[in-house]
Design a protein around this ligand. Structure first.
Ligand code: SER
Length: 443
């Protein structure tokens, strides 16, 4: 084991802390100074969860910065742009998204119009738990709760495109797993316009090996889909008819469910009634089981709402419902067994791969088409613990620390060799390493 001794752990913790300090801008944390120089939605949640061990005040600030980008319809955007960062530092930047022209867009701050997995309420709960004085906890919960309740309201009211109680995503970037093979089928149906996608310049390959980033065919479709949603003013009515990509994703919805349970726990602190959140959680649980669980294949699969068909690709998205505390025990056992199998672990024991290693779509180095990501390992370990699979969760946390201990605070990792991929000094890797080490009581 690479991170075997207390000294190894201290060193790892010190490195993780210094990444978080260097990526802190004064009000929020950039995922990476070079590659992602703004604030991202689910990154902010993971970062707050880790930073809360170091400074609950800074973690609270992180979430407040997120909420400053909220739209009047309740959506929390996937990127909140820093006003002092140049337009060409990241593509697509604020001039592409034009949130200031959207009817529900926020004033005085520029954002994207997409969303990301709604982990913020779960992060708020974790940050509140770190506030030692119950007064501070109550104050933080009271301030942030209404915005997160509105975010959940947006998902329930505006994104239930299938009418069955789940939230739909309208772009692969909304899943957080941009080029997952799960999106190949719906993306194949996205036809580039006759003259091709209007020119744009990719800026994501200046700092990262192009073999580790999504390919051009996927990127063209990402840009085209984002433009299409922007050009209808980010309106959410008749989504499955108006947009080429409209999908129910098991991981996105499992995170929504996990955060809904968090809202139920936070409600009394914020002076609200927990009942509606408990009911909402029961509804999402039933919808997950009835719409996305395939009892024959015994796996959760995303559903393409433009065709009504399940998407038969086995990726880490399918393991996300481990976050559902009400998952039937036989279903949890199936997911845990698959998670621990050669489908998601390389020959050297590294897991959890983002795509089934035994399938034809697996690519060990490209972004979400195979590599291991610390945030998925972390969430799956939390899910395993909820289902009393403590040993398996401990092992997964240990493999995460080993990977990072050997390869550094990288964005993602090769599941065969364990090599680091993507950017260096990646914030959520650092934040979740802090969380894992701190939970083990070693700080
Ligand atoms: N993950 C996207 C990117 O790589 C943005 O959300 O730029």
């Amino acid at each position: 084991m690479t991170v075997g001794t207390a000294a190894d752990r201290e060193r790892l913790l010190a490195t993780a802390r210094s990444v978080l300090v260097r990526n802190w801008t004064g009000a929020s944390t950039v995922p990476s100074r070079q590659q992602y120089p703004h604030q991202w939605g689910w990154d902010a949640a993971f970062i707050a969860i880790g930073s809360a061990w170091l400074s609950p005040r800074r973690a609270a600030r992180e979430l407040q910065s997120q909420v400053r980008g909220q739209w009047s319809d309740g959506r929390l955007p996937h990127i909140v742009f820093h006003p002092d960062v140049a337009e060409d530092a990241y593509f697509p930047g604020p001039a592409f998204w034009r949130s200031d022209e959207a009817p529900a867009g926020p004033h005085g701050i520029r954002t994207s119009g997409l969303i990301q997995p709604p982990l913020q309420a779960r992060a708020l709960l974790e940050v509140v738990r770190h506030c030692r004085h119950s007064l501070a906890a109550r104050e933080l919960a009271r301030r942030a709760f209404p915005a997160l309740a509105a975010q959940h309201g947006y998902l329930a009211r505006r994104r239930d495109a299938g009418g069955g109680g789940l939230a739909a995503i309208v772009h692969p970037w909304e899943s957080g797993l941009d080029d997952s093979p799960a999106w190949d089928v719906p993306l194949a149906a996205v036809q580039p316009p006759p003259g091709g996608v209007a020119p744009y310049e990719r800026r994501d390959r200046r700092h990262v090996d192009p073999r580790e980033r999504p390919d051009d065919a996927a990127y063209d479709r990402f840009v085209q889909l984002a433009r299409a949603y922007r050009d209808i003013g980010y309106a959410d009515d008749r989504l499955a008819d108006r947009l080429a990509f409209c999908v129910e994703d098991p991981l996105f919805n499992a995170i929504w469910l996990w955060s809904t349970h968090a809202l139920a726990e936070l409600a009394p602190l914020a002076g609200a009634d927990a009942g509606p959140y408990r009911e909402a959680a029961a509804g999402i649980h039933h919808a997950l089981m009835s719409r996305l669980w395939d009892p024959e294949r015994r796996r959760f699969l995303p559903r393409d709402l433009t065709t009504g068909q399940a998407i038969d690709r086995y990726t880490v998205l399918s393991l996300g419902p481990l976050l559902d505390p009400e998952l039937p025990s036989d279903v949890a056992a199936t997911l845990a067994a698959d998670l621990g199998s050669e489908r998601f672990h390389g020959p050297a024991g590294h897991g959890v791969a983002s795509t089934d290693l035994t399938g034809r779509d697996f690519d060990r180095r490209r972004y979400w088409r195979g590599p291991i990501w610390v945030n998925l390992n972390w969430m799956l370990a939390r899910g395993l613990r909820q289902h009393d699979k403590v040993e398996q969760a401990d092992l997964l946390d240990a493999t995460t620390l080993d990977l990072v201990g050997a390869a550094g605070m990288r964005e993602y990792f090769d599941p065969v060799s364990g090599d680091g991929r993507g950017v260096h000094d990646f914030s959520w890797t650092a934040a979740l390493v802090v969380d894992i080490l701190s939970r083990q009581g070693l700080t």
